[in-house]
Design a protein around this ligand. Structure first.
Ligand code: F6P
Ligand code: MG
Length: 436
């Protein structure tokens, strides 16, 4: 099927490119402007100069976007540049001779990723701001605004860990279901969705889980449970069971992922968790290594003893090597995951070591399925288009126009009753694919 794109007027892709992306650029410009004094204090005139130049590049970028100008090659010194420029050429080759890839004509997934990469390029060209994270402020703010939810979740986990050794299989299964759902609903809010406004998790979803069940459109949790419990039963003391979590947003969602990870380790369902984050600031709230480390440190020094205990345990797990953080530039390329084996062979090989890969969030879902106009009933396995490094699942709330693996009629029922069902973040899926 064809890729989603801004040229489909009235689609969510169209709306995103027309309104949401320019708004995000405006926010970035505003953030740089507001931190002017800080840049001056830290770097003197050079800081001010860099701020001015970056703002002017970004205003130009916003204009290119709004007037549907051709996409231009990247020209900074980062190692992903050749891959980006080859991708542009590839997009060019798909078109008639006199057409050029552009913001509204090219695939939405590509142009949206390209915007975030161009923001980064503007900064890279302007040292001393070359490693400045323009989204850090929004991420930190949303973390603090979610304090109540974080307290509730960390308290729950610490209570659970007290007697985890005594739980029977059924109780363990119940807890697994619960914490998997918490991690799913942790994806409800991301900062690119609302251009960073009013988008924090005020209350932990723990109490609401039963009511939220009807909003899970596909729920393969049973299959995921079978995989984990069977591997636990088969495991000898020397064996490793490894789960990989391809992270999405920092803030509350990251805490839900760490809580799930801690539970999987403490219950001995698995022996190692590998986290995958982004190398550069991405889609506003996505987790970078800096965010990951900042979060664990922040928790450790919190006033609440359950939160600080979580922080200390997680720091300990990192030191012991049972929590491992990875990043790879593939995650910030525009490519669909089915091209990972060719484009990032090392990453694909790394993921093949996993017993289960959990892909968090909407963007990962778009990349898993190629961000195409699939029929709702196409099987998840088919949409993956031969991407099978290991058994995998997606925990995703619906925030964009792509959904597969539904029952006949299941999607259609919303089309008239709830036209924004695919983009409002109210619905979620837990979709699993076992086959290799
Ligand atoms: O703007 C595109 C988009 O994929 C949205 O549909 C979604 O809100 C956001 O970016 C990313 O969401 P997530 O953080 O869940 O990947
Ligand atoms: Mg995100």
């Amino acid at each position: 099927p064809v890729s989603l794109a801004g040229r489909f007027q009235g689609s969510f892709a169209y709306f995103t490119i027309k309104d949401r992306l320019p708004q995000i650029l405006t926010k970035v410009i505003d953030t740089l402007h507001r931190h002017k004094n800080e840049f001056f204090e830290e770097h003197g005139e050079k800081g001010i100069e860099a701020e001015k130049n970056t703002i002017s590049i970004l205003s130009k970028l916003r204009n290119e976007l709004q007037t549907d100008k051709p996409l231009v090659p990247l020209d900074d010194k980062l190692c992903d540049v050749p891959l980006w420029n080859q991708y542009l050429e590839y997009q060019q080759n798909l078109l008639d001779g006199n057409e050029q890839p552009s913001w509204f004509q090219s695939p939405w997934l590509y142009v949206e990723c390209y915007m975030y990469r161009r923001i980064h390029e503007a900064l890279v060209h302007n040292p001393p701001l070359d490693d400045y994270d323009v989204f850090k402020e929004a991420k930190v703010q949303s973390f603090f605004e979610s304090q109540q939810a974080i307290i509730a979740l960390c308290t729950y986990l610490q209570e659970l860990l007290k007697n985890i050794e005594d739980l029977d299989e059924k109780q363990l299964q119940e807890e697994f279901f619960r914490l998997l759902q918490v991690s799913l609903w942790g994806n409800k809010c991301d900062l690119s969705f609302s251009a960073g406004e009013d988008n924090f998790q005020k209350a932990s979803s723990l109490k609401a889980l039963d009511n939220l069940k009807t909003f899970i459109l596909v729920d393969d949790t049973e299959d995921i449970w079978s995989l984990l419990i069977n591997s636990k039963k088969r495991r000898t003391s020397k064996d490793v069971t490894r789960v990989d979590i391809v992270l999405d947003n920092a803030g509350y969602e990251l805490i839900t992922d760490l809580v799930l990870a801690d539970f999987l380790l403490s219950s001995k369902l698995v022996t190692e968790i590998h986290f995958h984050g982004k190398c550069i600031p991405w889609y506003v709230s996505d987790t970078t290594k800096q965010d990951f480390n900042w979060t664990v440190k922040q928790l450790q020094s919190a006033n609440n003893r359950w939160i600080s205990r979580c922080g200390m345990n997680w720091e300990g797990s990192i030191k012991k090597g049972v929590f491992v953080y990875h990043d790879h530039m593939f995650w910030t390329l525009p490519h669909e995951f089915c091209s990972m084996a060719q484009v990032a062979t090392d990453l694909y090989t790394e993921l093949q070591k996993s017993h289960l890969i959990i892909f968090k969030g909407d963007l990962n879902y778009r990349k898993l399925t190629g961000d195409r106009k699939w029929e709702f009933t196409v099987p998840f396995h088919q949409a993956l288009n031969k991407f099978h490094p290991a058994p995998l699942c997606s925990l995703r709330t619906l925030k964009s126009d792509v959904q597969v693996g539904l029952k006949p009629g299941q999607g259609e029922q919303f089309v008239t009753s709830e036209p924004d069902w695919m983009i409002c973040g109210k619905y979620g899926v837990v979709q699993f694919d076992a086959s290799l």
